[in-house]
Design a protein around this ligand. Structure first.
Ligand code: SAH
Ligand code: SF4
Length: 347
């Protein structure tokens, strides 16, 4: 199996050039080719000496995916089903807004956490993605957006959310390498990158110590441990208190306000008393809560809450001085909304 050039930093690419007996600036040329010029293969790097190209070709591939299918939504949203460089199938989403273009990436093929309301979790875990396979999704979604005229030819992805398939903090090295390269090579602002975690506590402490200006979103979904364990069985070893404390630590270390995500499930976690308990749990913390109404997933018995129930839930939080936003529903018609991504095809 060849190694991927995507996922290597400028410095690492310079070392690679030196290893091949080439001048250092050749490394910078490769970075320009793979990160900024959309070059898809070593054989296409015509501005490199033929000798260096054939040296590279023995061990390295660029790391680009193949698009299997593109589905367009009504709301300037699309979803691509991709075969990443090391195989399998993953999904990524592009969303055009007036002032930005956002890409939602997957970090794993499947997910081991198995949340009871999530389509990805239902399929189990297959493998971690490599950093290059994560970066490829942003490049690919950007290219599709240009083709679909959602971005001008010189436009670029301005925001990246790690909210696709998989738990980013359980694929820590690849996620962090991708984050740093998205920032340094693709010029996505650190503050415009969001990692969403299901509350994997050791990962939260670890990422805090990177001292990056990333946005951290923690999926909570409950204000009481018995309900949380039922909804998120794969994280039962961490209590809500432990998770919220890790969120407080993240704020202390980085100064970044943490987002708590809460997927509202009718009759399960949407009562005013749960909202009051949530407000109590988060009291005094510099955070905000993002309410996500359940997106229907085939084979799951949950329902989204009635509008008056979610409005009540929101009001109780606001009365407790917790800032709240409600997630704009995007991509639902093409199963591209939060938690709806899944491996649709098998090899
Ligand atoms: N594994 C990470 C990131 C991927 S999921 C995490 O769980 O945070 C992104 C968000 O979608 C999470 O907040 C997740 O809880 C939520 N989600 C999953 N299934 C959903 C569904 N069917 N409807 C609404 N939100 C869902
Ligand atoms: Fe995994 Fe997140 Fe889905 Fe849970 S919600 S199964 S952690 S992708």
């Amino acid at each position: 199996m060849k190694k991927l050039l995507l996922g290597l930093s400028d410095g690492e690419l310079k070392l690679l050039a030196a290893e091949a007996g080439e001048k250092e600036y050749r490394g910078k040329q490769i970075a320009d080719l793979v990160y900024r010029q959309g070059c898809r293969g070593v054989a296409l790097m015509s501005n490199l000496p033929a000798k260096f190209r054939s040296w590279l070709d023995k061990e390295y591939a660029v790391g680009r995916s193949q698009i299997v299918k593109t589905r367009r939504g009504k709301d300037r949203t699309f979803k691509v089903l991709l075969t990443p460089a090391f195989g399998d199938f993953i999904e990524s989403v592009g969303m055009a807004y007036e002032d930005r273009f956002s890409c939602c990436v997957s970090t794993q093929v499947g997910c081991s956490v198995g949340c009871s309301f999530c389509a990805t979790g239902a399929g189990g875990f297959k493998r971690n993605l490599a950093a290059g396979e994560i970066i490829d999704q942003v490049l690919t979604v950007g290219e599709v957006a240009v083709r679909e005229k959602m971005l001008p030819p010189d436009g670029r992805v301005s925001h990246v959310v790690f909210m696709g398939m998989g738990e980013p903090l359980m694929n820590y090295e690849a996620t962090l390498t991708a984050v740093k390269l998205l920032n340094s090579e693709l010029k996505v602002g650190m503050r415009n990158i969001t990692i969403s975690t299901i509350g994997y506590v050791p990962g939260i402490y670890r990422v805090a110590r990177e001292h990056l200006q990333l946005t951290l979103a923690i999926s909570l979904h409950a204000s009481e441990d018995t309900i949380r364990r039922r909804l998120v069985p794969g994280m039962s070893r961490f209590s809500l208190k432990d998770i919220v404390e890790a969120g407080r630590d993240y704020f202390r270390e980085t100064g970044r306000r943490v987002t708590f995500e809460y997927c509202l499930l009718a009759g399960v976690n949407d009562s005013p008393s749960e909202a009051a308990r949530l407000a109590e749990l988060l009291k005094g913390m510099n955070c905000h809560v993002n309410l996500i109404p359940f997106n229907p997933v085939e084979g799951k018995n949950y329902k989204p809450p009635r509008a008056d129930r979610s409005a009540d839930f929101r009001r109780v939080l606001e009365d407790g001085d917790i800032p709240v936003t409600q997630r704009e529903q995007r991509g639902a018609g093409i199963e591209a909304a939060c938690g709806q991504l899944r491996r649709m095809q098998r090899q």
